[in-house]
Design a protein around this ligand. Structure first.
Ligand code: ZN
Length: 295
């Protein structure tokens, strides 16, 4: 089940306090190096009862409410804020997994919760001070905003839009590789949306900047939260008349067209090409292209 983010009751501190005091209240745990998962064969996020003595909620002031799951409210605990003893006690209950590792072993709903937990705590960690006047801000709406006590600016969790796009020309796919990637790994191109730009414009601009190829008719396909630290990947499929791609802006070390046959072989883990891992939206876009292309 997807967590109800309980947007309506966040503005009512009495309701939030009630949820926090209820025996069913639980907390999930993460630090800047990953999320806390249990050691079961089929792992899940470690859930601790909030009623357990000494389980600290974020900053010790306002709790961070993730949402409500049936009768149980789910709160977030940041390991980075704990004293060493409290931290060690929690760590003893499981192991820390990076979000990438967690995504590979958790069920889809648990992986979604892990991404949400990570994104929200990343934002709080990086936005403790007012961007307008520099004063330390205070958590409001049970973790969904921060208010500046000096200039009264309200700050909301930010999400940075990134476009990631499949570009196809005449049955071939445009893929590039960044320096430092595993050998033979190529993926679809991606880049941040610039201020004042539509996502469709960002697709065309990024493809041009990274490869010199002209893309057209971008069509939205799907999205994926990517809290590294706060991106949202917006997946597109676009077409092109082709041309000779060239790595231009220094972000890619190589970019080229791959034939259906080459990409199909890579999907079957054969051939020279290595595709991105299955949990990524990049791979989702590539697999979708192969499905549509048939044999
Ligand atoms: Zn301020």
């Amino acid at each position: 089940v997807e967590l109800d983010r309980a947007t309506a009751l966040r503005d009512d501190p009495a309701r939030v306090a009630e949820l926090l005091d209820a025996p069913a209240a639980t907390a999930v745990v993460a630090g800047s190096d990953g999320v806390l998962i249990d050691r079961a064969d089929d792992p899940a996020l470690v859930r601790r009862a909030v009623a357990d003595a000494g389980l600290p909620v974020f900053n010790g002031t306002e709790p961070i409410l993730l949402g409500v799951d049936g009768d149980s409210a789910v709160f977030a605990v940041d390991l980075d804020d704990l004293d060493p003893a409290a931290r060690a006690a929690l760590l003893a209950e499981g192991r820390i997994a990076t979000l990438r590792d967690a995504g590979a072993v958790l069920s889809a709903p648990e992986a979604g919760l892990a991404a949400y937990l990570t994104a929200l705590l990343n934002w709080h960690r990086r936005h403790r001070f007012c961007a307008n006047c520099g004063t330390r801000t205070e958590i409001e709406q049970a973790g969904y905003s921060r208010r500046c006590p000096n200039c009264h600016a309200v700050h909301f969790p930010r999400t940075d839009p990134v476009v990631i796009m499949l570009v196809e020309a005449d049955g071939r796919l445009l893929l590039g590789r960044r320096p430092g990637w595993p050998k033979r790994r190529y993926s679809v191109l991606a880049g941040f949306v610039a201020p004042g730009e539509t996502v469709e414009q960002a697709v065309v601009r990024e493809v041009r900047e990274e490869s010199g190829i002209e893309a057209r008719s971008p069509r939205y396909v799907a999205s994926q939260p990517w809290p590294f630290p706060s991106s949202l990947m917006l997946g597109f499929a676009a077409r092109s008349e082709g041309g000779e791609p060239r790595a231009r802006d220094g972000e890619l070390e190589d970019v080229r067209w791959f034939t259906l046959k080459e990409v199909r072989a890579a999907q079957n883990e054969a051939g020279e090409l290595l595709l991105p891992p299955s949990i990524s939206i990049a791979r989702f876009l590539i697999d979708g292209w192969l499905d549509r292309a048939g044999d």
